[in-house]
Ligand binder design. Structure first.
Ligand code: HEM
Ligand code: HEM
Length: 211
């Protein structure tokens, strides 16, 4: 873990990356949960957008990770307890793990289904581990059927993992937002300004940690 910097708020690029990722993730979760995305219809616009925006999240998280090494996060406010700091660090690390695992599992689910991820119709990403799109019909020879069944098993597993990771993200991101609200309305430390531009007005009646 790199040393933290002594400033009171995240720098502009870190803030931009945080809010861009939040926006994309919300769109992706809604798309997934309302059933717009179906791996069996890789030609649909929804599939292209879901896959492309998902891969974009991966790119932005990689950019965030590199930038985080160059410009470490600001120090936690002195009012935060040791346990609170450990909890916040663990929460942020878990969120990053999910933000990496989700696009990868989605990509894997698409690959197992034999579908390519078409990045904004500009580039086609390679499929993971090739694909087996053997005929699943009952007339298939035993070996072909076994191959098809194992491919189907992998496909189900990848889809289930993707779904489970999505649910975990919904839970952890909700806790993260609740923590931000606790800081705002119970601790009154205006911590949210650390993730907002300096021109953002200070909330009246709070001890600002945001400079
Ligand atoms: C941060 C990135 C992503 C998030 C938050 C996300 C979220 C979701 C969610 C919530 C679902 C619905 C799961 C369910 O409850 O049934 C879903 C479905 C799906 N996602 Fe993603 N996804 C992401 C990235 C990707 C990527 C990069 C791909 C690659 C193409 C992808 C492919 C799929 C597919 C194929 C389904 C449908 C699975 C099925 O047919 O049941 N996702 N996604
Ligand atoms: C999908 C939703 C979200 C995700 C995945 C997410 C993820 C993250 C991550 C990974 C960090 C750590 C940043 C770093 O140190 O590199 C962070 C920090 C932060 N987030 Fe979020 N976030 C989400 C939504 C929100 C929302 C809606 C709010 C506002 C209510 C918020 C407020 C903050 C604040 C204030 C910090 C800085 C905490 C500190 O001062 O150390 N986040 N978020």
């Amino acid at each position: 873990m790199p040393a933290m910097n002594p400033s009171a708020r995240y720098d502009g690029l870190s803030q931009f990356l945080h809010w861009a990722i939040v926006l994309l993730v919300l769109v992706l979760l809604v798309m997934g949960k309302v059933g717009l995305v179906d791996a069996e219809h890789p030609e649909s616009a929804a599939f292209m957008w879901h896959g492309s925006l998902g891969v974009l999240v991966l790119v932005l998280v990689a950019a965030r990770a590199i930038w985080r090494l160059r410009r470490p996060p600001p120090e936690f406010p002195s009012t935060m307890t040791r346990l609170g700091r450990i909890g916040a660090r663990m929460m942020h690390a878990s969120l990053y793990v999910l933000l990496i695992a989700l696009p990868l599992s989605g990509w894997l689910a698409a690959s197992s289904e034999g579908s390519n991820v078409n990045f904004f119709n500009v580039a086609t990403l390679p499929r993971w581990g090739g694909s087996v799109t053997a005929d699943r019909g009952s007339a298939a020879a035993p070996r072909t059927r076994a191959v098809a069944e194992s491919a189907e098993g992998r496909e189900d597993l990848a889809e289930e993992a993707h779904e489970l990771l999505g649910d975990a993200l919904i839970i952890l991101a909700s806790l993260h937002v609740l923590a931000a609200l606790k800081h705002q309305f119970i601790d009154h430390d205006d911590l949210i300004r650390r993730m907002l531009p300096a021109v953002w007005p200070r909330t009246p009646g709070t001890r600002s940690t945001g400079g």
